[in-house]
Design a protein around this ligand. Sequence first.
Ligand SMILES: *[C@@H]1O[C@H](CO)[C@@H](O)[C@H](O)[C@H]1NC(C)=O
Ligand SMILES: *[C@@H]1O[C@H](CO)[C@@H](O)[C@H](O)[C@H]1NC(C)=O
Ligand SMILES: *[C@@H]1O[C@H](CO)[C@@H](O)[C@H](O)[C@H]1NC(C)=O
Length: 495
Amino acid sequence: MERHQLHVLIFSASVLAALLAYGARGSQYTSAVGDPGMRRDGLRVAFEAWNFCNEVGKEEAPGMGSPRAADCFDVSSNSTLSHKVTEEVNRLGVGKPFPGLSREALKDPDKYAVEKELYLGSLCEVQDTPRPWHFWMVMLKNGNYDTTSGLCPMNGKKVPPFEPGRFPCFGEGCMNQPTLYHQPTELANGRKLRGWFNGTYDLGASESGSMSYYEVVWEKKLGGGGWVFSHKLRTSKKYPWLMLYLRADATKGFSGGYHYDTRGMLKILPESPNFKVRVTLDVKKGGGPKSQFYLIDIGSCWKNDGSPCDGDVVTDVTRYSEMIINPETPAWCSPKGLQNCPPYHITPDDRKIYRNDTKNFPYGAYHYYCVPGNAKHLEEPYSICDPYSNPQAQELVQLLPHPIWAEYGYPTKQGDGWVGDSRTWELDVGGLSSRLYFYQDPGTKPARRIWTSIDMGTEIFVSNQDEVAEWTLSDFDVLLTSEDSDLSYEPRMFL
Ligand SMILES: *[C@@H]1O[C@H](CO)[C@@H](O)[C@H](O)[C@H]1NC(C)=O
Ligand SMILES: *[C@@H]1O[C@H](CO)[C@@H](O)[C@H](O)[C@H]1NC(C)=O
Ligand SMILES: *[C@@H]1O[C@H](CO)[C@@H](O)[C@H](O)[C@H]1NC(C)=O
């Protein structure tokens, strides 16, 4: 009897310990990602590079192929790695066929990249419930825009070339894709798994001697711990605006910023307010004053009437919300800059505070809010989001650390989570995002806030000197906090 009780005690203590270690605090969570907490030995990671309007444009880096690649493998019981994607496949580029490639994509660099991602997904796919998943996605983006190229649409509409000056561009070729080098994951000393992607946008020798650089290294102890992703991003004179993120994207349909079918890690799409994000972030170098470091960035797509996106870029609107943790990022939203604030703020107890309520509105909690360029019923004053940098119109709600976010476990003061303050966050992203303002046409049914992309990383925004950002990310998980999560939801596809 006593022995039995002791057993029960030990059992429940260890269960409790496990739950606590998992941050679950007694209640049961379901993970929305294929690899909860990044703990699976058999890694799935992919790479994608985008130009200013989230396309490829030209496959300009010689011999690199289409800027999509993957490192996916399983570890067998004798500790050998069986890779799913060969370097030959990673180097595939326009003109080179692969299984499933459509004829129209064969010669079109944009469409080719899309279909290559689907092909890589098919090679990396892991069977799971409620549906299979593919990979974490390393996303790299170059903010140069050659306005004389006419390459990027305006709010989803094709527009003619225009005079340079508004965007960085050193001249012809400024929208090129980077070089990509890859060390396929290896097992060292039978104990440590390690691999990397790296490269530069500077294809020739740079005049100033400085070269842009990106690097993502992944490491894990075989059979224990979790993956640690170490990132490095350096801007150069010719490439002053660069972005590097690690994304958990939808396994199907449109992820934030895309207008085509993608592959990813979110086997269940989280919906506000019922999810949290857990992640450990250690920022080692901030990347200078212009580095908009996103502790978390969430992306989705819905139309201004609240209906889900369907690939019609003229009416689809990408919606983003980001918490920027660089303490050098000012609040552009202020009593004198109301156009940079959302029309209102909603408190955790659901009170609405209008931005003209200067006594109560938390101006310091908002870096910048901008409206979608295709919105028809805007409240003055407003600022319109950049119409060129996404395939469709976009809306941005950019947050800063502030005491009003405490309820959601977000940073509450400048410096939280920044260099020297490495933390494991458990962010109530669902709760917070359910109370953010997003534009909708008056009288329309509120959109379901279902997020197709959750990512972390930095956007070094037009820096006038070469800057370096360095950080590690681990333990990434998306936890569903309600039994009623909609496991069946899939974004619609446009074909
Ligand atoms: C390890 O196992 C794999 C697959 O089971 C096999 O192909 C390989 O030859 C084995 N390697 C060694 C060194 O035993
Ligand atoms: C990528 O990393 C390797 C190994 O550390 C290094 O030799 C190489 O120079 C790096 N590539 C670039 C473009 O710097
Ligand atoms: C503040 O804004 C709200 C919503 O736009 C408006 O109804 C109200 O009249 C404004 N109050 C003042 C004092 O301007």
